[in-house]
Design a protein around this ligand. Sequence first.
Ligand code: KIV
Ligand code: ZN
Length: 386
Amino acid sequence: MARQIKIFDTTLRDGEQAPGCSMNLQDKLEVAESLARLGVDIIEAGFAIASPGDFQSVQAIARSIKGVTVASLSRALEKDIDAAWNAIRDAESPRIHTFLATSPLHMEYKLKKTPDQVYEQAVKMVAYARNLCGDVEFSLEDASRSDPAFMYRVIEGVINAGASTVNIPDTVGYAVPEEFSALIRGIKNNVPNIDKAVISVHCHNDLGLGVANSLAAAMAGADQIECTVNGLGERAGNAALEEIVMNLYTRKDYYNMTTRVDSTQIWQASKKVSKATGVRSQPNKAVVGENAFAHESGIHQHGVLANRATYEIMTPESIGLPHNKMVLGKHSGRHAFEERLVYLGHRVSEERLASLFEEFKVLADKKKTVSDRDIDALVTGSSGGI
Ligand code: KIV
Ligand code: ZN
């Protein structure tokens, strides 16, 4: 049977940390509603201590969004954990997500602490959070650049202190898939109490490997993937939710894993996040880019018109788009041109079709794409239509 992967969405926290992507309370509530409709398992609603506005929006989401776990991030500090708990305590299913860095670089230069001090703080703060909330997640920030033996020790300690999810972030997008899956296998094989917790991964995209690393980790046994809609996030962003879900959906034959996400809600969620942040996805973005289901070249259009599977490995309907898009441009063939004429209600003779197609090619050479209005003008501006 297919293994179910939990989807932890952090669009409203890590996604919002992307420069220029901050959202107001109303935007955040609407995005949270979209995420609930999508069927994610956990919504990380924000970082409650970051600002009064953040606290307010985490609290509003915790109070109004049902059927999903609502988490707030907090550093491994009592005052952060208190703020997180106060913001989420009214949620149907609250989670405190606390974190501390474990890499030599972060411990020495950012935290100015020894590994033993970090271990103690992590364990103490997880126990503190667990006294407040029954669901505690602990993240080992910069895990992919940490000493594995030290991580095993921290993970064992925080699980004993009450963490039910242990998150392994590739904070700076440094890992490569084989290495990252080996890290997850190492944790499974070397942490004696690992079966008492869910292993989660959280991959950034600095080298464009966020999704590949997340999927490799899932293959190695991780049961939760943290991600964002449209891959929004710090620097080059986080692993994109829509890519993870559609990989598991489209290549179920390979992964044999599922999620609770309703893929037909992906398009609406993507548009909602673009609108709330003012950031549009690049046109060639996998799954949700404007061109992800568009075909311009004649060979591709001909293939798709004969059988969509020739050039579409997933259907637009499967992500909630009503149809694919045949873009008419200089690469388009007669087949697609004829289809568009019929679609626009122009019935023309074979001879007329041939001359219109020539006129279309001349026009297409001058424009990036040819619109329906251009085609209407081509037909009505001539005398041969019947
Ligand atoms: O990238 C990261 O390490 C994080 C943690 C706080 C989970 O966002
Ligand atoms: Zn992150």
